[in-house]
Write a protein that binds this ligand. Structure first.
Ligand code: AGP
Length: 372
């Protein structure tokens, strides 16, 4: 009903708008007054976490994209090797797991059969399983050793939005907590990022306030058949997520690529007026990556692409090559997906509407996939 949608036309619009609160709620009570993480709910004892020698993340779809981003954070802050695998592939290849493996199963619904079967397989091999889940008491957390709940609230639209942002928050919390428990050379950086997390909800809010040009752009592209997405570092999974949203909602051919792979093939796809969304990493921090992606934008534009550039506020280097510029607030490098994903959600939602598609219930899809 209209009341359930809180005055919005679709649940998806409501859920996109709820993201600042979802992010804040997922952080709530998990950082103490001194700026340390207190994840007591993760009932895996600190000594067991200190012994972990490998993290394996399993998930499907959008949750898998959260896992891809988590890998960057976990390996950086904890120095523990991390693999991310589609849950549907995982148990069929005889993965190497033992008591020192921490498996992280990410699932909004907690009922996805592929993810459930992957975690059962992991536990049979003696691995500890931590679930990141949005649904209290669902099967995946019940069958795991521990759970870190995301507090996105119920997500009704089939296309995941606020659950994704809170999965990212939970993944960062796990990465930072593991780093904190194990003690790494990044202790100061970990403390600083925990502090920065406090302003992330406000940053997401600011992105939402500037979305009208993105909606306008989406409407102008309603007749296109293809949109490509490029990213690098944590921007690469953001590109994959932007493409998935567009497939699900707009039924368009959309693909995400690692920008560095362009010249290894995908650049052949560039043709006149092809829309290409590029997620640009911060010019601070890993500035080499930033400069490389600016050259990528120049290269595709020289071949006719219509460039839609998502870049941090104050990043002037991209201005000459951006046909459309979408600004996101400055964040620590690893946290950028929390702001950079939002315009891509809005973009896909608006394109779906412009194409006359059913936004909350895309064809052929179910909210939770309970068969393998
Ligand atoms: C996201 O927009 C999708 N509808 C889908 O990829 C989803 O993320 C996937 O099926 C996993 O679901 P889960 O998080 O409930 O396990």
């Amino acid at each position: 009903s209209a009341a359930e949608k809180g005055g919005y036309d679709y649940f998806m619009l409501k859920e996109i708008a709820e993201q600042p609160k979802a992010v804040a709620d997922t952080l709530l009570g998990r950082i103490d007054g001194s700026g340390s993480l207190t994840l007591d709910e993760v009932r895996i004892p600190a000594n067991v976490l200190r012994e972990v020698d490998k993290v394996v993340i399993v998930a499907c779809g959008t949750a898998f994209h959260a896992g891809l981003i988590a890998k960057y954070a976990i390996e950086h802050w904890t120095r523990v090797p991390c693999e991310v695998e589609l849950a549907s592939e995982f148990r069929y290849r005889d993965p190497i797991l033992d008591q020192q493996t921490l498996v992280v199963a990410i699932s909004q619904s907690g009922e996805t059969m592929d993810t459930l079967m992957a975690l059962r397989h992991a536990r049979e091999q003696g691995a500890k399983v931590l679930a990141i889940c949005n649904t209290n008491g669902s099967t995946i957390p019940r069958e795991s050793d521990a759970v870190l709940y995301t507090h996105a609230g119920p997500e009704v639209a089939v296309a995941s939005t606020k659950a994704f942002l809170t999965q990212l928050v939970a993944c960062y919390l796990v990465a930072l907590y593991l780093g904190q428990v194990r003690g790494t050379k990044y202790a100061d950086e970990i403390r600083a990022v925990v502090r920065d997390l406090g302003s992330i909800s406000g940053a997401v809010e600011r992105v939402l306030e500037t979305m009208e040009p993105v909606r306008e752009l989406a409407r102008s592209l309603a007749e296109k058949n293809t949109v490509l997405f490029l990213g690098r570092h944590v921007g690469y999974p953001v590109a994959l997520e932007g493409a998935l949203k567009l497939k699900e909602l707009a039924y368009m051919h959309a693909e995400g690529f690692a920008a560095g792979e362009l010249k290894h093939g995908p650049i052949a796809l560039i043709e006149d007026d092809l829309p290409v969304v590029v997620v640009v990493p911060s010019p601070r921090g890993r500035s080499v990556l930033h400069d490389k992606i600016v050259s990528n934008i120049q290269e595709i534009r020289a071949r006719g692409a219509r460039t839609i550039v998502v870049a941090e506020e104050g990043d002037d280097a991209v201005v000459p090559y951006a046909d459309h510029l979408i600004r996101v607030p400055v964040t620590p490098t690893l946290l950028q997906p929390l702001v950079a994903t939002v315009p891509l959600q809005v973009f896909a939602c608006e394109l779906a509407t412009a194409r006359g598609n059913e936004v909350d219930q895309p064809r052929n899809l179910a909210k939770s996939v309970t068969v393998e």
